[in-house]
Design a protein around this ligand. Structure first.
Ligand code: FPP
Length: 304
């Protein structure tokens, strides 16, 4: 019986080009809705060797992520630990993207916002529970005033233009960082948007604004002390990210390999993935590539 089950599992896995593993679990065909089967088949049909990409297919209430890393499709069931629940991105390289094209830096940031839009959509399509984006650090105030104004202007535009889409796509907006120090109209706009999307459950978009991990930790420790004992749990409960799933994967674009005061606590057991791609050129395909590589990492959390 066990042998039969193993054989069935192997043949289904090889049907879709995935390597048989305990994390790739076939579903009972009879109970699957035809629409979902067609959706998965269509996805596989449209895949060509060398392609990188991914999509989320729902079957009977369970989620399967179809990913390709260029050689063959991988079918990963959400909930097996092979798909990250929470991905954070240090979006770097807007300035260099603009410089390479002899454009003003502001154009790099503008294109960066378009990439934010695409990646938020991709996060929903790939079934991520949370996506955290480092948009403005507490150190970015050192930049020239014009650039700060450009970034704040883009933030206003982004919220105005994209909030309806968040609401329609079940995206919950969360802000991490000391955002109350931003201009009052931005604070109002953010708080209204947070309230409007607070009941959404598909994906949480956590935007880091005026964020510095050291400041976040100091604030969390102060709150924990005011409530009682300082422990790992009490600090964690007071971090700006409280309530989000643990950080699984941290991506940084543009070839830099440092944390720059981002999610120092949360990154304790996160996997890191770096790419030379400048943020405005980052794509859903490259995100899928990072997720595919994540699915192959062995996470031991200090054990063996
Ligand atoms: C780093 O590029 C990027 C930033 C400091 C800001 C990131 C902001 C955006 C992508 C746009 C605003 C975001 C939202 C959510 C609306 P850099 O300027 O340091 O690039 P460089 O290292 O090439 O100079």
């Amino acid at each position: 019986m066990t042998l039969l089950r193993t054989r069935k599992r192997k043949s289904l896995a090889s049907d879709i080009g995935a390597s048989p593993s305990k994390d790739i679990v076939p579903f009972p065909r009879k109970r699957e809705s035809m629409a979902k089967v067609v959706s998965e088949r269509r996805w596989l049909k449209s895949w060509t060797p060398g392609q990188v990409g991914g999509d989320n297919v729902l079957r009977g209430g369970r989620s399967i992520i179809m990913l390709t890393s260029g050689s063959k499709p991988e079918r990963i069931e959400a909930g097996t630990g092979k798909m990250p629940r929470h991905v954070a991105i240090i979006m770097d390289g807007n300035g260099r993207w603009a410089k390479k094209r002899m454009l003003p830096r502001a154009m790099g940031h503008k294109r960066g916002v378009e990439t934010v839009r695409k990646i938020v959509r991709a996060a929903g399509e790939l079934g991520l529970e949370a996506l955290s984006l480092y948009a403005f650090s507490s150190e970015n105030w050192k930049r020239p005033e014009d650039e700060i104004n450009d970034l704040m202007g883009l933030m206003r535009e982004f919220i105005k233009s994209d909030l309806d889409e968040f609401a329609a796509n079940d995206v919950r907006l969360k802000i991490i960082g000391n955002y109350k120090a931003l201009a009052p109209d931005i604070v109002d706009m953010l708080e209204e948007s947070i309230a409007r999307t607070s009941q959404n459950t598909r994906t949480t978009l956590a935007v880091a604004l005026n964020y510095g991990a050291q400041d976040e930790l100091a604030r969390a420790a102060r709150s924990a002390a005011a409530q009682g004992e300082i422990t790992v749990e009490s600090i964690e409960a007071n971090l700006d990210t409280a309530g989000l799933p643990p950080l699984d994967l941290l991506i940084r674009t543009s070839g830099e390999q440092r944390l720059s005061n981002f999610m120092l606590w949360q990154a304790a057991y996160a996997e890191f993935w770096f790419t030379d791609t400048l943020w405005p050129d980052f794509s859903k395909d490259e995100l899928a590539q990072a997720l595919t590589e994540f699915s192959t990492r062995e996470r031991r959390y200090g054990g063996r």
